[in-house]
Design a protein around this ligand. Sequence first.
Ligand code: ATP
Ligand code: MG
Length: 392
Amino acid sequence: MKEIVLIKVGEIVLKGLNRRQFEDKLIKNIKKTIRHLGKFEIKNAQSTITVIPEDDFVDLDEVCEHIRRIFGIVAYSRAAICPEKTLDSILETAPAYLEEQLREAKTFKVESKRSDKKFPFKSPEISRETGAAILRAYPHLKVDVHNPDLTVTVEVRDYYAYIRGAALKGAGGIPVGTGGNAVILISGGIDSPVAAYMMAKRGIRLTAVHFASPPYTSERAEQKVVKLLKKVALYSGDMNMYTVPFTEIQEAIREKCPEEYFTLIMRRLMMKISERIARDKGCQALITGESLGQVASQTINALGCTDEATSLPVFRPLIGMDKQEIIDISYKIDTYETSIEPYEDCCTVFTPKHPRTKPVLERVKKADELGNFEPMIETALENLKVTYINTK
Ligand code: ATP
Ligand code: MG
């Protein structure tokens, strides 16, 4: 039996004139995400995208495993194509294709959608006849139109008639690439991969920047970040990661700046360097995993001091979330176990004993100037390492 995947397009349907552009991007993203799994024909009509495998070896379970993570999809389902577009063919296909689900269910109903108005039976007739065929094949079943265990859907479309069971929930959001480009400042922690995921969900294409301070931070710490980004890329698509050599700058902070401002000055420098990379790579915003009040550098005053170092918008999707809420998402996107592997981040290398929780911007800026960091920033930018992150 030939199977396909039907995809219901999400929020993008609401976007009026942009709709076409959004759908085109979504289709491109779907093609790119599954192309390594075989050849597919992809059709788009009536708010449904149809993925039709052209190779016999295609594993639809694997295809769905990728589709469930693509943003811009509200729901998806596997469906069988009826060998012919006739009522008889529908009545034969429905009980056979959904055998497993129908055996398990106690109650069911049939819903029919006829977008091909030339089909000689109307939706209520199709539902009635299909329901009767299912009852003949599975006499234990009862029809329940209000709260059935299983809804069998028959769709008669332009080319084919399809049968499908329950639809599964899609990833939601809007297609990656329709919301602009931004730099995610990524550490090996729990928060920043979640922040990356959340902004990709709003359509942003990501470029990652990671600060490394060898020998204070290890090669394995960087590998951990790569591993995290590969998990994020299952949702966001491929991206580049730029590793910034940060040792010289951190040592200079330690030598030249007041200890109470170490962390804040470091965070300002991260913003400045990330902004330069962002502008160079065509990104319009910065993203961090900061959450209000989580640590001393994330108080309202501290965030104000950090923001002043860049003129780009800084997106902080976790700002109002509790740690547990962030952890719940990291489980969902499968980054948690990697995030808690114990490697040093450069943020924890030279931490002040008594950081300021209410820093005064003018004083921070003065302390910042003491460092004469510009030549070091230039050197760091000349020595970026780029790693291509894909999902393989
Ligand atoms: P995370 O769990 O993401 O590490 P955190 O709660 O530990 O966050 P901080 O270490 O203060 O918080 O970092 C705050 C944010 O700064 C991070 O979410 C991340 O966006 C950015 N950041 C921290 N360290 C790095 C790094 N080494 N490279 C790039 N960005 C970083
Ligand atoms: Mg951290």
